[in-house]
Design a protein around this ligand. Sequence first.
Ligand code: COI
Length: 354
Amino acid sequence: MKYSTFPVQKITKSKLSSVNFDDLKFGRDFSDHMLLVEYKNGAWETPQILPYQPLEFSPAASVFHYGQAIFEGLKAHKNEAGEIFVFRADENLKRLNSSATRMCMPHIPKGIFLDGLKQLIELDREWIPVGPGMSLYLRPFMVADDPFLGVKPSGSYKFMIITSPSASYYTGAVKVKIETHYSRAAVGGIGAAKAAGNYAASLLPAKKAQEEGFDQLIWTDAQSHEFIEESGTMNLMIVKGNTLLTPPLEGKTILPGITRKSILQLAEEWGYEVIERRISVNELTEGIEDHSIDEVFGVGTAATIAPIAAIGFEEKLLKLTDFTQWKFSTKVKQYLEDLKTGKIADTHNWIEVL
Ligand code: COI
């Protein structure tokens, strides 16, 4: 695969042998190299590939004070034959640039994002773990760099990509609580942007839910808390017979997930009726109680599919059936896994092979 290459400063000694690949977690270990490019005077400079290292920032850098920070997440998979597969990276670039627009930050050119990713992946290809649920998690991100305390959009930025050999985000099914006090995002806010602040705001409510024995939350709309939105860091989907339901993106309170978009397309192709509409908390809880809902699961890059085992609402704990028997989520999880490791043909043109 041809792509532009950027200047590289290679590490002198790889850290690869210090990482236990039999005990990988999500996002804990980092590979040898990173990409860094600076935005100054209205233009991106030449990207550099450097040894993974701490960076220098002014303590006044505006990211530390006013939070202009956005990120993406995607994965590179490797099969036994050593081929590398990257899933829909162009969609991550689109979303990054849409987050940049909302956060008043400059767009990243395709050449920097896609070529930088490929060069970094090739350089650290030994870091890509092989096996079920394993991947090199790729984390592109941009932060504001002006050393200035006035509240205004920064004039300088750093865009970086770091990579992390990782296992799945969740293992097994999750227990979630319907959150009816805190909100993730309000209409007119930044919920549709992959902005660092959205994740910071989720920490306290998630911690409280964890103290009550849950893994994560189901967020509800900020205005009425009557409609479900996302689950933790994932989009939420429900299967009722032959229908796949998910909350809509129009209100811009929900992150437009790439796994979400792919699954909706696949479901339609497989003959499911796909409906994006508001789903009330009542519809969800009653549907679990009267067994009209067959499957409830979160979808996202890090987790792919996270089946929900139980949902806490008010004083009740509503239990779902055994997720290993679920037809749709089991099939789509397997399909995406097979696609991302080259086991089945890429009929949608979603995969780039390196
Ligand atoms: C993803 O699944 O894409 C995420 O954004 C999760 C990440 C924040 C760990």
